[in-house]
Ligand binder design. Structure first.
Ligand SMILES: Cc1ncc(COP(=O)(O)O)c(C=O)c1O
Length: 405
């Protein structure tokens, strides 16, 4: 038996996608002109398939910091912090992060994926119980496999279901650790955090909040959903990533937990991998300062979110339930989804195609991400082009548009 035989079904699905002349998993971006424009297949393309919510990938302060750090420290660290040493840029970033969040401790990981692996697999031990929202990101599920805790799922964004499950296990020993996200990555909906915090308190549980898509996006100073809702002191561990609003790569955890630093010598995804390169730690430090100093970026982001979400809604598209920089368009089936995605790309617009089982809705999704530096012409181009394609493929009809007008 071949080692890849068990992926036969996936292979067939992928082949049927490619038979349509499209390969959403092999897009080649030849040049990036700005946070919202690139050349793809020789064509000028508007980018709406990034997580570059604040448009910081070309921020002059970030680029300058990255260049200076490369000149001073070289291109890479060539090892893990525990074996090969921390650079001052790691420590500067951790201090800046702790200050940004007003927390005692901050720890950076090489990716956001590893931050979840490292934190969750470490804090949840053999006798503990992890409660995961069903729609949690793959990194949270993988973390639960790496650790040894018992894992329970609760219904997506359903504090009453979480409460019932905690109640049912009230007699069991061990810590209860709830994991949720701020903004969910596929549909863009937010966790009902105040209600989840009330449940957490009632059962004396810990709460881990992944603010990957909400950092820089929500809250008066961009700290995320916990800040926006006013429950930061109830969140025991905030996990996040530098690969979205901060325009780079890497992950982090901040906390006030006593003995937090023990993670540096026990968390395997922190110990057994090379640390972030100096260019990244320096550019992320600069990006955090930009997030703090330029709240107008968030204002522009939300103005653009309203424009795109309302524009698509009024044309009759079925969208995710809540406004956020992730604007998800529901498509009734996979092959239609691929065709619409391909037609958009050929018209010079790049969005993400998400297919089941990765989608919580079980249908295909066009995941459009909004950027603070999209201009109105770009957003209108997305709305008008998607509308034309929607009519051409029978996704939209005069009746649907009239029904929402
Ligand atoms: C909710 C969530 N957590 C963690 C991650 C992993 O982050 P990274 O891609 O920076 O490793 C992602 C990535 O998309 C995510 O959506």
């Amino acid at each position: 038996m071949g080692v890849f035989d068990r992926f036969q079904q996936k292979r067939e699905l992928y082949a049927s996608v490619r038979a349509l002349g499209a390969d959403p998993f092999a897009v080649r971006i030849e040049r990036v002109l700005s946070p919202t424009e690139a050349i793809i297949d020789g064509r000028y393309t508007v980018l709406a398939g990034t997580n570059n919510y604040l448009g910081l990938t070309f921020d002059p302060a970030c680029i300058e910091a990255a260049n200076e750090a490369t000149e001073a420290f070289g291109t890479g660290t060539t090892g893990s912090r525990i074996a090969n040493g921390s650079y001052s840029t790691h420590q500067d970033l951790e201090r800046t992060l702790a200050d940004f969040y007003g927390r005692q401790h901050a720890m950076v990981f090489t990716t956001g994926y590893q931050a979840n692996l490292g934190v969750i697999s470490t804090i949840a031990g053999q006798d503990d119980i992890l409660f995961l929202d069903t729609d949690c990101h793959a990194s949270i599920y993988d973390a639960s496999r790496l650790g040894q805790a018992t894992v329970m799922r609760f219904r997506h964004n359903d504090p009453a279901d979480l409460d019932r499950r905690l109640q049912r296990l009230a007699d069991k020993p061990g810590n209860r650790i709830i994991v949720t996200e701020g903004i969910y990555s596929m549909l863009g909906d937010q966790a009902p955090l105040a209600e989840l915090v009330a449940v957490k308190r009632r059962h004396g549980a810990y709460l881990v909040l992944d603010e990957a898509h909400s950092m820089g996006v929500l809250g008066a100073t961009g700290r995320g959903l916990a800040e926006a809702v006013g429950v930061e002191s109830d969140v025991d561990f905030i996990v996040g990533t530098f690969s979205k609003s901060l325009g780079a790569i890497g992950g982090f955890c901040v906390s006030d937990a006593p003995d937090f630093d023990i993670m540096r010598v026990v968390s395997r995804p922190y110990i057994f991998t090379a640390s972030l390169p100096p260019a990244i730690t320096a550019s992320v430090t600069a990006a955090l300062r930009t997030v703090a100093a330029r709240p107008e970026l968030r204002t522009r982001l939300w103005s653009n979110v309203n424009w795109l979400y309302d524009g698509l809604k009024h044309r009759g598209f079925e969208l995710g339930p809540q406004k956020s920089p992730v604007v998800a368009v529901h498509l009734p089936d996979v092959l239609l989804g691929v065709q619409v995605w391909k037609a958009l790309l050929e018209a010079g617009i790049y969005v993400n195609l998400a297919l089941p089982p990765a989608t919580p809705s079980g249908t295909a999704l066009l995941r459009c991400s909004v950027c603070a530096v999209h201009d109105r012409d770009q957003l209108n181009k997305i709305i008008d082009t998607l509308t034309d394609i929607g009519y051409a493929f029978g996704l939209l009809s005069e009746q649907k548009t009239a029904a929402v007008a």
